[in-house]
Design a protein around this ligand. Structure first.
Ligand SMILES: [Zn+2]
Ligand SMILES: [Zn+2]
Length: 91
């Protein structure tokens, strides 16, 4: 199955948004926009990190929003680029 993903058009940016399930382009667009992705043209997008002036994403990690590198901080895994905090799972 080919899954629809969203990538950032900024030069050298590795940001990627991969939805939990392949729900189609319209749903992907809405979900990504809620997370801070910005539409540039009909087919191109800017990731939250670049939109906030924190991009481009140069190292891939486990950020659920931009696939960027995260750092483990007390509040959770914090994205180095878009600042998304993913709380640590409760043990
Ligand atoms: Zn970007
Ligand atoms: Zn991120």
């Amino acid at each position: 199955m080919i899954r629809t993903v969203m990538s950032c058009e900024a030069g050298g940016c590795l940001a990627l948004y991969v939805p939990d399930a392949d729900a189609g382009a319209d749903v992907l667009e809405r979900a990504a926009r809620r997370l801070g992705w910005r539409r540039r043209t009909t087919y191109t997008h800017t990731c939250p990190a670049c939109a906030a002036g924190r991009g481009p994403v140069l190292e891939r990690g486990t950020c659920p929003v931009c696939a960027g590198l995260t750092a483990d901080l007390p509040d959770g895994a914090t994205c180095h680029y878009c600042q998304t905090i993913t709380p640590h799972p409760d043990n």
